[in-house]
Design a protein around this ligand. Structure first.
Ligand code: HEC
Length: 106
């Protein structure tokens, strides 16, 4: 009886988690997480917080999402003498969510 209640509880949480995972907010939260885990802020600032090499404020109006992805994967393909670190092995989902987050910086 008690363990089945626990099972039910875990099941319900798993379903909620799965549903929330498809909502855009979760995507953006994950994108922000990727941004901090990958230490983009060592060089980039958003709203004045972070490195001073290149602010990303407004990048969502300036660039298309394909361009942002290309910057992250292969910066030298965007600018031959780019000093940005490349992230060729970032998982596709991390790249998508990170890009979705950057696209909100209008
Ligand atoms: C070692 C420093 C460094 C790191 C780390 C870094 N960048 Fe950059 N990034 C740059 C610099 C510098 C530029 C400006 C272009 C150039 O000269 O390379 C740039 C350019 C960009 C651009 C194009 C901006 C524009 O206005 O056109 C985007 C988008 C970008 N970076 C995203 C990211 C993201 C997302 C991360 C983390 C996954 C990241 N960068 C990590 C240094 C860095």
């Amino acid at each position: 009886m008690k363990s089945s209640t626990v099972f039910l509880g875990v099941g319900v949480l798993a379903v909620i988690g799965a549903v929330v995972g498809f909502l855009p907010d979760a995507e953006l939260d994950h994108g922000k997480e990727v941004y901090s885990m990958q230490k983009c802020a060592l060089c980039h600032s958003v709203a004045g917080i972070g490195g001073n090499k290149s602010p990303l404020d407004g990048v969502g109006s300036k660039l298309k999402s394909e361009e942002i992805k290309k910057w992250i994967r292969t910066p030298k393909a965007m600018k031959a003498d780019s000093t940005m670190k490349a992230y060729p092995n970032l998982p596709e989902r991390d790249l998508d969510d990170l890009t979705a987050y950057l696209m909100t910086l209008k």
